[in-house]
Write a protein that binds this ligand. Structure first.
Ligand SMILES: [Zn+2]
Length: 129
């Protein structure tokens, strides 16, 4: 380790990681997906417990910033029951609707039921594409 100062070392590591990810987007995506599969729930719970107010605030912000998405999500929840298990891994825990496309009127093929892990992966995939 070239730095004795721990914070400095961490900062250096972070910068190095960002530049590495820019250079290796495909590999970086694979690592993220793997990491999320393993730690996603843990991070989400931790973040939620620390940011209760922010959480409520961000859902209001979301409705304001994404009126179509918000409306489509609402219509889906009101009109369709979730499937009994995840469409990808068949898990029965923490299921939600995942929208492949947002449009009105909402059609059944526009969304599927995914567990929070697979849902997170679908969104992290999109971010790197
Ligand atoms: Zn799943």
């Amino acid at each position: 380790m070239p730095y004795k100062d721990k914070n400095k070392a961490r900062e250096y590591q972070r910068i190095y990681q960002i530049s590495w990810r820019k250079k290796n987007p495909e590999l970086s995506r694979k690592i993220s997906v793997k990491h999320y599969k393993k730690n996603g729930n843990k991070y989400q719970k931790l973040w939620q417990s620390k940011n209760r107010e922010k959480n409520a605030f961000s859902s209001r912000e979301y409705a304001k910033n994404n009126p179509l998405k918000w409306k489509v999500g609402m219509i889906t929840r009101l009109n369709w029951e979730k499937d009994k298990n995840c469409g990808i891994c068949k898990s029965t825990k923490r299921l939600g609707h995942h929208h492949w496309r947002y449009r009105l009127p909402v059609q059944r093929k526009d969304f599927s039921t995914l567990c929070s892990e697979c849902h997170g992966i679908q969104h992290s995939k999109r971010r790197f594409e």
